[in-house]
Write a protein that binds this ligand. Sequence first.
Ligand code: NAI
Length: 289
Amino acid sequence: MLYIYPRKRKTYNKVQTTIMSYNLLKGKKGIIFGALDEKSIAWRTALRCHEEGAQLVLTNAPVAMRMGEINKLAEAVNAPVIPADVTNMDDLKKLFEGAMAHFGGKIDFVLHSVAMGMNVRKGKHYTDLDYNFSQKTLDISSLSLHRVLKTAWDMDALNEWGSVAALTYIAAQRVFPDYNEMADAKALLESVARSFGYHYGVRKKVRVNTVSQSPVKTTAGGGVKGFDGFMSYAEKMSPLGNASADNCADYLVTLFSDLTKMVTMQNLFHDGGFSFTGVTQEVIEQMEK
Ligand code: NAI
């Protein structure tokens, strides 16, 4: 029997929405990387996965945990928190070991919601990158997905038909000048998802995808120069408007569920139609003013 019960919850949308729970993740076990505070896409996704019946383990960089915010989420979703720096293979191994011990078995899904632009942070222009920073950026934001997948692969930690998703942005395909080095980082991230997705698909029927999300005002998102202008431009250029973090969480639930078993190695646009819109009436009117 399927129980469907509506729940009211706060969102960062303009309107409060009623979300239905469909038990789409009942019995599934997942690791969620990157919940920093309640605006984080990972935070919203953890809440949503919990509503859909998943059991979770949360993780973030040890330094990010000093804020202590994550403990609130851990309580809300009844999940342990295991610190791991995504650039450290020992941390990742301990994380997967800890998660499997907690679940008493293998893992069904992983959310990679991690990024850091070192040059962006230090105010370095794209034409004047510090390459030591660049290497760190690529390690944290892109190769980390390879590190996570390799750790799971070596430990055979994922169940067959497992699902791994990472978050990306359309600057990997089209130029957004202030997105800076993160455009390159996202292009590499999407490539890792495709390449590892092939091998994991063949070996274990595990699927790996990236979700290319609309701009959202979070700690990572807000770090991009001119973010507010960027966000309202995207809003006007998207027939459905910008997708919120809660919308993204809903979409990720479907990717972790059994309803998307044959979707792998894809970069999936979750952006209210932005990626396929040339121009909108609203933007034309703005230009004519
Ligand atoms: P956020 O700042 O809440 O999340 C980024 C997370 O990465 C933080 O929890 C941070 O602690 C973690 N992190 C950084 N370095 C780490 C390390 N060495 N080890 C482990 N974790 C580390 O911001 P948001 O927006 O939720 O970002 C999540 C993902 O979504 C990122 O990949 C971001 O690029 C992507 N994204 C964000 C968009 C936005 O407009 N906010 C749009 C499209 C994609």
